[in-house]
Design a protein around this ligand. Structure first.
Ligand code: SAM
Length: 345
């Protein structure tokens, strides 16, 4: 593969930034590199379909990501589908790790995975320059976990992946757990203990209406308030200050100082006002919000022969139009045309 240059695409203004019309600075890009997944989590997929959208080549992702970085993106998170399924991932990470932000810093490079293939890939990914990894894990007991993923043996495999990631130095290691009432809300206290025992930051996520089926209702959402109360009853918590204004998770430490949890509460305590993210789907469409009703065909323009300056101008225009906020739970709320696995979580 041709090597990426060590700086991002040129821009005239040193301090150029991607901003939207609501005054938010966008510095975080999530890129789905496949919408295939080897799990069929019951709250995400119906289990009937597989991938629905094409994938770009590794070189094409690289070209598009370099344009974003040239406009002020400082953090890239690779996701999917399941990104570890994607051939060429280690090469992509190596090339991205060579990029510098507009301000001359290395790009912050993270990845979200279900962890199933992490045992074999953690060390090569670290060596290629990946900074951090977030592993999704929705239960701390094997039976519940495998009822959710619908893959026998997946619990032990993911635990092995988590430990391999820690051994490889992909730290701080974050574990994301989506909570659904009646499915896995009995895992909350167990996860709090897991965070301490495994020295990982467990982040609970409120379930959003982004599933393939029709599962979401306000009642199924386990809210931040409820999570804090339940953990606090067994292990007293103290709220910690955010590390940065656009941090999605509210942070809590245990009162005895050992361990940390986070809660991402897009439903009960939406953080759209501080959103710093846009997404690129596996088929090269920009989504300016998880709940966007429109997608912006960046790849289509690239295939049509647009040069880097034209593509960059298109990115700037598209980001300007980012939605002010989502409307989960409001009358007239419309689910987006793609579910989470096909957008890139
Ligand atoms: N396969 C990778 C993984 O499992 O982390 C990356 C893609 S997955 C879609 C990214 C994250 O989105 C996972 O943590 C998953 O639990 C979460 N997720 C999926 N559907 C969701 C929903 N409806 N609401 C909130 N989070 C969801």
């Amino acid at each position: 593969m041709a090597s990426a240059s060590l700086t991002a695409s040129p821009t005239t203004a040193r301090d150029a930034r991607l901003t939207d019309s609501h005054g938010r600075v966008i510095h975080d890009l999530r890129v789905s590199i496949t919408d295939r997944c080897n799990y069929k989590c019951v709250y995400c997929r119906t289990g009937e379909g597989g991938a629905q959208y094409p994938e770009l080549s590794i070189e094409e992702y690289l070209r598009l990501i370099r344009l974003f970085v040239g406009l002020g993106i400082a953090k890239v998170r690779l996701t999917g589908g399941e990104p570890l399924l994607r051939r060429g991932l280690v090469d992509l990470v190596r090339e991205l790790a060579g990029l510098r932000t507009l301000w001359g810093q290395p790009l912050e490079l993270a990845l979200t995975t279900n962890g199933h293939l992490l045992d074999g890939l953690a060390a090569p990914l670290k060596a290629a320059g990946l900074s951090r990894v977030t592993v999704s894990m929705d239960a701390v007991d094997a039976a519940t976990f495998e009822r959710i993923t619908r893959v026998p043996g997946s619990f032990e495999t993911v635990l092995g992946g988590i430990r391999a990631a820690r051994a490889a130095g992909l730290t701080p290691l974050k574990i994301n757990c989506v909570l659904l009432r009646g499915f896995n809300d009995d895992q909350i206290e167990g996860f709090a203990r897991f965070a301490r025992e495994e020295d990982v930051v467990v982040r609970f996520i409120e379930f959003m209406p982004l599933e393939e089926g029709r599962l979401w209702s306000p009642e199924i959402v386990v809210t931040l308030k409820e999570i804090v109360e339940r953990i606090g009853r067994v292990l007293p918590l103290v709220e910690l200050p955010p590390r940065e204004p656009s941090e999605t998770a509210r942070r809590y430490g245990f009162r005895d100082g050992a361990g940390e949890i986070g809660i991402i509460a897009p439903v009960s305590q939406a953080f759209c006002g501080a959103c710093s993210r846009v997404r690129l789907t596996s088929d090269g469409k920009i989504r300016t919000c998880l709940f966007s009703q429109v997608e912006h065909d960046l790849y289509g323009r690239m295939r049509g022969g647009a040069d880097d300056a034209e593509l960059s101008a298109y990115i700037v225009r598209t980001v300007e139009g980012k939605e002010a906020r989502h409307h989960i739970g409001e009358p007239g709320f419309l689910k987006p045309s793609r579910s989470m696995v096909h957008i890139g979580g």
